[in-house]
Design a protein around this ligand. Structure first.
Ligand SMILES: [Zn+2]
Length: 163
């Protein structure tokens, strides 16, 4: 068993939506990023890479590479999962928390879970997503950006096992 933790934060900028957990949520602002700014998928990807001792997404998908400009973070997550399965690692479960004063996440959580499960190639019951405000405290509470934490548990699978 291997555990991994990921954390990410993006500041608000101009825009009309945010991408969180692969879901487009209309909002008066967007998130500043080289990619699509999906803070939740970035935290999850970092947790997965962390559990595999493979560094972080900044190393695998540098923001200096024009290929990654505006990239759909679901592609990054799928790429990370491929790296893990190539090393004989599978996802046992994933738990994540979005920290945002706004927009409201509650109505989008189930779609996020199903998209993340799809990209990770697991049952939706393996994936948990929560959202919280900070009761108005700190930079997230003042609506300066959105943060996300994720923890994952991986297990090694025997690649030599006959199918
Ligand atoms: Zn990010």
């Amino acid at each position: 068993m291997r555990i991994g933790h990921g954390y990410d934060v993006h500041a608000f900028s101009e825009g009309d939506h945010v991408m969180i957990g692969g879901v487009r949520i209309p909002y008066a602002r967007g998130l500043a990023a080289h990619s699509d700014g999906d803070v939740l998928l970035h935290a999850i990807s970092d947790a997965l890479l962390g559990a595999a001792a493979l560094g972080d997404i900044g190393r695998h998908f540098p923001d200096t590479d024009p290929v990654n400009k505006g990239i759909d973070s679901r592609l990054l997550l799928r790429d990370v999962m491929q790296k893990l399965s190539a090393r004989g690692l599978s996802l046992c479960n994933l738990d994540a928390t979005i920290i945002a004063q706004a927009p409201r996440m509650a109505g989008h959580i189930d779609v996020m879970r199903s998209r993340i499960a799809q990209d990770c190639g697991v049952e939706v019951g393996v994936v948990n997503v929560k959202a919280t405000t900070t009761e108005g405290l700190g930079p997230m509470g003042r609506g300066e950006g959105i943060a996300a934490h994720a923890v994952v548990l991986l297990q090694t699978v025997d690649l030599k096992e006959p199918h």
